[in-house]
Design a protein around this ligand. Structure first.
Ligand code: SF4
Length: 288
């Protein structure tokens, strides 16, 4: 069976770098912790656990820690976490993606100059929580048109229309939606400076997935069930190709393909290790 594998499938630059940094620390004789799972992939987290790497689930667990080394994942964390690490004298390996670090720097600088920060993104996402934690002033998180309309219509805001606002985005936010939301602020005459901080890795992966899914009769999307970027990839592929399968590993693959089916497309979310993609690819190639 011919397989079309997306070139952009799997780890992006920031995730690859973070995972490598954790593996580099293993065997150095210290207890290793990651602040949150290093990636949204249960296989990788289990493998790391088996090698003695534990996950800290939040600031309260960090407070209870007295020794060891903490790796900060690509999503980044708030300033409060760095301060706490320093206060406790814990060693830290910072694997924050440089694209996320750039947002922290913008937010710290602009809020320091008195600007109100608006983050366009998902309020529950750890990256957004981390970004929020770099502002020294007020922060508003907006992810929908309704929220942007409400924010710009509120009476209290009419009085502060002259207030300076800095808008940044979660790195994985949809660009067209970001533009639409920014437009609402501009149309209402708000004094905004806009930093488009969306990372192109996500968009490139989505564009390629759509393009492959539109050419094939069967499409496989590989990724963790908790990975929002994988779920998004699945939705995009499903729109183009009815027979789209969402799997975590080869064990989940239940494909009944006729021998003469057209090529099978394969893509994977940003947290899917290369060996899993290869396993699936080889299986489909050899068994159909
Ligand atoms: S998606 Fe972009 S910003 Fe996020 S970790 Fe990957 S490279 Fe960094």
């Amino acid at each position: 069976m011919e397989v079309i594998r997306a070139k952009s499938a799997g780890f992006c630059f920031g995730v690859k770098r973070a995972v490598e940094k954790v593996y580099e620390q293993i065997g150095k004789g210290r207890k290793i912790y990651t602040f949150g799972p290093i990636i949204h992939n249960e296989e990788v987290v289990r493998d790391l656990e088996a090698r003695g790497v534990s996950v800290i689930e939040g600031i309260e667990e960090l407070k209870a820690l007295d020794e060891g080394m903490v790796v900060i994942r690509s999503h980044g964390v708030s300033k409060e976490v760095y301060d706490l690490l320093e206060k406790k004298g814990l060693e830290c390996v910072d694997a924050t993606c440089p694209f996320v670090k750039r947002i922290h720097d913008i937010v710290e600088k602009e809020s320091g100059q008195g600007k109100k920060i608006v983050i366009i993104g998902n309020p529950g996402h750890p990256e957004v929580e981390g970004i929020k934690g770099w502002s020294s002033g007020e922060v508003e998180i907006i992810e929908s048109i309704e929220q942007a309309e409400r924010f710009t219509n509120e009476e209290k805001n009419l009085a502060v229309k002259e207030e300076k606002i800095c808008i940044v985005s979660q790195t994985t936010f949809n660009y067209n939606k970001f533009k639409e939301l920014v437009e609402i602020f501009l149309k209402k005459g708000y004094n905004v400076s806009v930093a488009n901080t969306i990372c192109s890795a996500t968009e490139e992966r989505q564009t390629e997935a759509r393009q492959i899914a539109s050419q094939v009769e069967n499409m496989i999307v590989i990724g963790g069930t908790h990975s929002s970027n994988t779920r998004k990839l699945y939705e995009i592929c499903k729109e183009e190709c009815e027979n789209t399968y969402f799997i975590q590993t080869l064990d989940d693959l239940r494909l009944e393909l006729p021998k003469a089916a057209s090529p099978v497309g394969i893509t994977a979310g940003a947290s899917t290790p290369n060996n899993i993609i290869e396993e699936v690819q080889n299986y489909v190639r050899i068994n159909f």
